[in-house]
Design a protein around this ligand. Structure first.
Ligand code: 0RA
Length: 656
């Protein structure tokens, strides 16, 4: 999930209009009069980002999801239980499903095969659309014709009624009419495409990115089998979960100590809204709640999540009152208490979802809140009554959380001192920059005072701030918020960033739009980096969505020859440089830490925007990142060791 961002200006992207005259030119077109189709495709190719978000890594992978979504629709309609996704040698993609097959008969209005209409008409929809849970707004559900328009080539084979039909396309235009190519017994649809290099900056699919979305889809669609095959590396995985959301919860809690073994899991349809929820608690302090609408992760939440949260707190409070469980303590839980150590997934299927918010991932339909709330009340209430042993454990956990909250409040009130969280006074260790526009400013969080010193001398003080951190920050996976806030390094960091934390977190207040983690290229450095990323993930996660979190890339080697020198950022690069040099008079220095570079070298190799490389850390999948962070930093030692062993060679390029 980490994507490399070279900070050099990208060449202006060439987008060639498709047959600008609106008529087929014989170059891949068999129907010269189809002005309307060509206009649609041209619009997509002119402004691809409007349809798939961007033309970088995210948009590229979105192409795959768009095709898979159509097969998922067929699965949700009950006609498909197997999807195969193949990444081919040449980075083309093939998606095969065993559904009914896209209809191929002549479309009554368009006078051509329905298959061709679906593949070449923007928002074809209507009769040949699935009447299931189509998504309006957002980037999903833009249709497979968009993928087609943005592909250098594409072909589809449909198996129906004993025959296999096929059509090929070039940049969205059909090359010839739909043809019967052979006979076939089964039914289904197979789509293959190669994204257009004129549109996308780089055509290289990441196995892990596709895998985590396929895993998620398999969790969300119980019993659906999804195979992912990478022909480049011969990797292969199958995702199929009998437990659905229960399996999802078990996966999320794989590295945590849970309070009870079997997740609480229920599913019910009311007023045409399908609600499915799974819940489990672990002995940690953070909240891991993921919500979905029509298989789309609603990272900004919305009415379904609000309904769930309200019901959770209320149902547990009712249970406590009804059974006289906390007579002495006289506590009423607030929402925050009921979410400590909570892992939950809330998935709804809604017919006409309205998406709002900055990233269009917040459900707006008001009718959904009450439905999720009442279903959760009923099922969770009944579950607690029937499972008093589990009920007792949950209530104990929440009572602890409430007591800690109360103690923290009292302590704060008693001291009443201005805390370091108050951004009025900046910490002394921070060497701030002189400019104050956040969009121009960056902060380097540097491991250790000595590297901090070099960074302070080497930086451009107009827009670069330096915050040296002493040693390791607290592992936030293992501590409650009050303890986290009593840690000096963490407080310094929060104050320097200026955006607050938890309830007071406001990304609009952040003082720098680039937060750059700069640590040594050794085990300690990678541990500190992971601690920092975990902290940002648990307490300021929207900074990732906003694209504010970066990792600096210091060089590994300095190579001197005669009066010249070069820096190598990887072993490969070092070998490449050495090959270009005669064998005499070369000296190679391997950097063990940032402290070995003088200020000028640090600036030139790692901090100068003209020459540096930064890794931008993005979370393409929150649940996947959650699993990874709990694996890296959680309670269970076994899985962590296993992870580090498996990934040791990738530490420099850890994909989060
Ligand atoms: C509409 C109607 C029918 C099938 C599909 C859509 C369909 C579309 C896709 C896209 C990928 N895989 C798909 N599988 C099926 C079937 C109508 C019928 O047979 O009665």
């Amino acid at each position: 999930m980490a994507t490399e961002v070279k900070e050099v200006k990208r060449k202006e992207m060439k987008t060639k209009p498709v047959n600008g005259n609106g008529h087929g030119n014989g170059n891949g077109t068999y129907d010269a009069n189809n002005i309307h189709v060509l206009k649609g495709l041209e619009a997509v190719r002119r402004r691809p980002a409007m349809y798939i978000g961007d033309t970088g890594q995210r948009g590229l992978h979105h192409m795959v999801y768009e095709v898979v979504d159509n097969s998922i629709d067929e699965a949700m309609a009950g006609f498909c239980d197997n999807i195969i996704v193949e990444i081919n040698q040449d980075n083309s993609i093939t998606v095969t499903d065993n559904g009914r097959g896209i209809p191929t008969e002549e479309h009554p209005d368009e006078k051509k095969s329905a298959l061709e209409v679906v593949m070449t008409t923007l928002h074809a929809g209507g009769k040949f659309d699935h009447d299931s849970y189509k998504v309006s707004g957002g980037l999903h559900g833009v249709g497979v014709s968009v993928v087609n328009a943005l592909s250098e080539w594409c072909w589809v084979e449909v198996c129906r009624d004993g025959d296999i039909y096929r059509q090929e396309y070039k940049r969205g235009e059909a090359v010839q009419p739909v043809k019967k190519v052979r006979t076939g017994k089964k039914t289904g649809t197979k789509t293959s495409f190669y994204p257009d290099p004129e549109i996308f900056s780089k055509i290289e699919f990441k196995f892990d990115i596709i895998a985590s979305r396929m895993r998620e889809l398999a969790f969300l669609n119980q019993n659906l089998s999804i195979d992912l095959i990478d022909h480049r590396s011969r990797k292969e995985v199958n995702f199929k979960y009998k437990g659905g959301l229960s399996s999802f919860i078990e996966y999320l809690n794989e590295n945590n100590t849970v309070l009870f073994k079997k997740p609480i899991h229920f599913q019910k349809t009311r007023d045409d809204i399908e609600v499915e929820v799974a819940i489990q608690y672990n002995d940690g302090y953070s909240e891991s709640v993921y919500s979905y609408v029509n298989n789309i992760n609603t990272i900004e939440g919305g009415t379904h999540l609000t309904g769930f949260r309200t019901a959770l707190t209320r149902t547990i409070n009712n249970y406590v009152a009804k059974n006289n469980l906390l007579k002495k303590e006289n506590i009423t839980f607030i929402g925050e208490d009921s979410r400590e150590g909570l892992t939950a997934v809330v998935s709804v299927k809604v017919r006409d979802p309205q998406f709002e918010g900055q990233t269009k991932t917040k459900l707006g339909n008001s009718e959904v809140k009450g439905v999720v709330e009442s279903i959760t009340n009923e099922y969770l209430g009944a579950y607690l009554e029937e499972n008093p042993a589990v009920g007792k454990k949950i209530v104990e956990k929440l009572a602890n959380a409430a007591a800690a909250r109360e103690a923290a409040r009292k302590a704060k009130e008693l001291t009443r001192r201005k805390t370091a969280l108050d951004s009025a006074s900046l910490p002394g260790k921070l060497a701030d920059c002189s400019m104050s526009e956040p969009e121009l400013c960056e902060i380097y969080i540097v491991e250790g005072d000595s590297a901090g010193g070099s960074a302070k001398q080497g930086r451009d003080r107009r827009y670069q701030a330096i915050l040296p951190l002493k040693g390791k920050i607290l592992n936030v996976e293992k501590a409650r918020i009050d303890k986290i806030l009593s840690n000096t390094e963490v407080r310094t960091l929060i104050t320097a960033l200026g955006c607050g934390i938890k309830d007071e977190f406001d990304p609009a207040k952040i003082r720098y739009h680039k937060v750059i983690i700069m640590t040594d290229a050794d085990i300690d450095g990678s541990h500190i980096r992971t601690l920092l990323l975990t902290f940002f993930f648990r307490y300021m996660s929207s900074l990732f969505d906003l694209g504010y979190i970066y990792i600096a890339q210091p060089p590994l080697y300095r190579i001197r020859y005669g009066k010249n020198e070069s820096y190598a950022y990887s072993d490969d690069e070092k070998d490449k440089i050495l090959k270009t040099l005669p064998n005499t008079g070369i000296s190679i220095q391997r950097y063990k830490g940032l402290g070995e570079m003088n200020p000028e070298q640090l600036w030139r190799t790692t901090m100068d925007p003209e020459t540096r490389t930064l890794l931008k850390v993005t979370l393409s999948d929150g649940a996947e990142a959650d699993h990874l962070f709990s694996q890296l930093m959680g309670n269970e030692i076994g899985p962590r060791r296993e992870f580090i062993e498996q990934n040791a060679q990738y530490v420099r390029n850890l994909d989060i």
